[in-house]
Write a protein that binds this ligand. Structure first.
Ligand code: PGA
Length: 271
């Protein structure tokens, strides 16, 4: 990592590239899993989907195969799922998690939790309530992995999501739907809704790791770290968490670093 800056309450680590960040985050997860196993306890992981965590899952699979990392004491809660979507569909996050992680490691089946995208509207509220309950029963999330959307969402907490929001059905923002269009083969095929953990659900995790990769995330990284805290950019709430950290690759760090330089220069001019 090329440097840690504690900015506006959140440590920002600029990694040399996506692979280095993935190794570092996977190592932290492995450390937690092993430390809990040594005490005969579960490690409860909050997991994300999308392109950002792919390197972390690749590294966790490698640690399982090559270094004997055992997931027998792991329980997982995914952040979100599209609605409606069939769990077997190639676009579902159920399918993503199987393909990228669960088919390759030994997390016990009954300890894998992903919001369901195939429930009728009338069943969704009870499902969301039960999801929150299951997190509580597991003892809370030890470590939550997050990506960030170009609109500042964490999970699918789109602009306007309240600090005290909980797991619920939400409408997806136009930016989020546009970013998913290629994957779905056209904007009109992207679901309009999703079930997501709330901001409050995420903020209760004991440790939070947000990863941002690529130049297209540079502006939102700047807003998340130095913009005003509030629902317009849900990721800003992480600055109020005592153990949240952001890992950013150099292209995603550019706007933030530019702003820091500008502030430093204008402070220098005044002195
Ligand atoms: P991405 O999505 O990892 O595909 O960039 C991140 C997010 O929307 O949270």
């Amino acid at each position: 990592m090329s440097g840690v800056r504690r900015l506006e309450g959140i440590p920002v680590l600029v990694g040399s590239d996506a692979a280095a960040i993935a190794r570092e985050v996977a190592t932290r997860i492995a450390e937690l899993v092993r430390a809990r196993a040594a005490k005969c306890r579960r490690a409860v992981l909050g997991l994300a989907t999308g392109s950002t965590p792919l390197g972390v899952y690749r590294e966790l699979r490698r640690l399982h195969t090559d270094c004997g990392l055992d997931f027998g004491n792991v329980e997982t809660f995914n952040l979100d799922e599209y609605h409606p979507v069939d769990p077997a569909s190639e676009h579902s996050y159920h399918r993503y998690m199987r393909e990228k992680l669960f088919d390759h490691v030994d997390v016990p089946e009954d300890r894998i939790h992903i919001p369901r995208g195939d429930l009728a509207a009338a069943q969704v509220a009870a499902h969301c309530h039960a999801y929150e309950e299951a997190i509580r029963e597991a003892g809370g999330i030890d470590l939550q992995i997050l990506g960030i959307g170009r609109d500042g969402h964490i999970g699918f907490n789109e602009p306007g999501s309240a600090r005290d929001s909980r797991t619920r059905l939400v409408h997806l923002d136009a930016v989020t739907r546009a970013d998913a269009a290629d994957e779905f083969g056209g904007l009109e095929k992207v679901p309009r809704q999703a079930i997501t953990m709330g901001v409050a659900t995420i903020m209760e995790a004991r440790e939070i790791v947000l990863i941002a990769l690529g130049a297209h995330k540079a502006e939102v990284v700047r807003r998340a770290v130095v913009g005003p805290v509030g629902s317009a950019v849900a990721a800003t709430f992480l600055r109020e968490h005592s153990a949240a950290v952001m890992y950013v690759d150099p292209p995603a760090a550019t706007e933030l670093l530019r702003e820091i330089r500008t502030r430093r220069d204008s402070a220098g001019d005044r002195s």
